[in-house]
Design a protein around this ligand. Structure first.
Ligand SMILES: [Zn+2]
Length: 487
């Protein structure tokens, strides 16, 4: 590890907050795991920096846009094992889950390790330095799956929010329908015993949760979807998270059937009554929020993770993120799992987020490149309750991304380097990614990790999952049709 890093001659530095001006020909200095100086080359190096005899690694960032490391607020690493499964490609959400659950039921520690290593490596390569992984499929886990996940992220070096999720119930009528193809194995997907679940959550918190400043691993709790039938469990999870200083996370659209389940309350009221709405809670998607819901989230300091590629892939409504921003919502960006992305590239999704909401919102709410970057950095940090990341300023975490804008894809876009990256750019890789002061990607390549091996190992694990699920259910996952037709 190089303790001091100087990024020199940065073509344009963007601090993160949209209202803060960008800096041309900038200079950025890192010492250990913190930023110590942000300035202009023309002003020279600070005297305190030059007086220090400790070695410095200097990196010439001519041709680069430098930003805070991107923050990914929603993912499911295990889903890297089920990318572009033909039977789930054109299935609407419930059928997509029907096809996917028999595959995911085969998850074992070796598979999860391979998936988490690939997912986090891919995020690093896209300039992402912090990732929240919604790992809700660990019902039978006595610790081996959690250990495999943590080993993978520690090896790749990404800053990690481990949403140790749970699945008390399955969506809609899936439990009954899946029993027809999976038999008793459908029960292995769910967390039935609340006492056992809470013991397992406590174990994960004790083992992995570090709430210190600049911590590399934090734990969050919560079921994959709001569990209206188990209000006491929802409250218990909220209380446990509060007690332990953990975050809370769940998917929240909410779907039309949830209105009936939450009655006489609205879904958002159910969450508030369960103690869920507060700083440190962030909700996945928010595609169906009413203005009053947004006001409640703003009032309570609750965040939302916007996942633009998933809402396109699964046909969800478009989240009005321009309105979210205007209302003052803590809004972050997420790639979501690779079963519904099917990529895992946060830079690509930042580009999509910049444009997609324009289909649904008036021009006065359209995001500028700076506003989009703010969502992917400062906004995500706020949603995760991490004020020390997501901004380039002295004292902040040394989490940095640099993207080249001097290639053919950006040629001609000389007036606005960030606009060049987000509107014109087609390169999917960061040129440089630094996490907690450690260089993890340089010249678009992973440092200290064998990318080809990571991909090959994931392919072996994914093949094994597919073969086991096929043998167990006789579903032909290779057919491009809905599960109903496959049966
Ligand atoms: Zn998700």
């Amino acid at each position: 590890m190089t303790d001091r890093i100087a990024l020199r001659h940065i073509t344009r530095l963007y601090p993160g907050p949209a209202h803060e001006p960008s800096i041309p020909d900038a200079l950025l200095l890192l010492a250990g795991n913190r930023i110590v100086h942000v300035g202009c080359e023309a002003d020279g190096l600070p005297a305190s920096w030059t007086a220090d005899p400790a070695p410095v690694r200097e990196i010439d960032c001519t041709g680069c846009v430098v930003t805070p490391g991107l923050v990914n607020t929603h993912h499911h690493f295990f889903q890297h094992l089920t990318r572009a499964v033909p039977a789930a490609m054109s299935a609407p959400p419930l059928e997509w889950l029907f096809v996917s659950y028999p595959l995911w039921a085969e998850l074992d520690p070796a598979m999860l390790y391979a998936a988490a290593r690939a997912a986090s490596a891919e995020l690093l390569l896209s300039g992402c330095t912090t990732a929240a992984d919604c790992a809700y499929l660990l019902p039978q886990d006595d610790g081996e799956l959690a250990a495999a996940l943590m080993q993978a992220v520690e090896e790749t070096g990404i800053r990690f929010h481990f949403h140790r999720g749970c699945m008390p119930t399955l969506e809609g009528d899936l439990e009954e329908r899946l029993a027809a193809v999976m038999g008793g194995r459908v029960g292995t997907l769910m967390d039935h015993d609340e006492a056992v679940l809470c013991r397992r959550l406590e174990h994960v918190i004790d083992r992995y949760h570090d709430d210190g400043p600049l911590s590399m691993a934090r734990v969050a709790l919560g079921p994959t979807g709001v569990t209206y039938t188990r209000p006491a469990l929802m409250t218990r999870l909220a209380d446990m998270a509060q007690e332990c200083g953990c975050g809370l996370h769940t998917h929240f659209h909410p779907r039309p059937d949830e209105d009936a389940k939450a009655a006489p309350d609205a879904p958002i009221q159910f969450l508030e009554r369960s103690g869920w709405l507060r700083p440190g809670t962030w909700l996945g998607h928010g595609t169906r929020l009413q203005p009053s819901d947004i006001a409640t989230l703003v009032r309570t300091g609750t965040g939302v993770a916007h996942c633009p590629r998933t809402i396109v892939r699964l046909g969800f409504g478009i989240a009005p993120i321009g309105s979210f921003r205007k209302a003052g919502l803590k809004l972050g960006l997420g790639v979501d799992g690779a079963a519904s992305n099917d990529q895992g590239n946060l830079l690509n999704d930042l580009r999509l987020a910049t444009l997609l909401h324009r289909v649904a919102e008036p021009p006065e709410l359209w995001l500028t490149p700076e506003a989009a970057l703010e969502i992917a950095t400062v906004g995500g940090a706020a949603a995760l309750d991490r004020p020390e990341i997501g901004r380039l300023a002295p004292g902040m975490a040394a989490d940095i991304a640099a993207f080249r804008v001097d290639g053919l894809d950006c040629a001609g876009a000389v007036a606005d380097p960030l606009g060049a990256l987000l509107f014109a750019g087609t390169e999917t890789r960061a040129w440089l990614t630094i996490v907690n002061g450690v260089i993890r990607v340089v010249e678009r390549q992973l440092v200290g990790l064998d990318e080809a091996r990571i991909a090959a190992d994931l392919n072996v694990a994914a093949g094994r999952m597919l073969a086991q699920a096929t043998a167990a259910t006789r579903i032909d996952f290779s057919k491009k049709m809905t599960a109903q037709a496959a049966l």
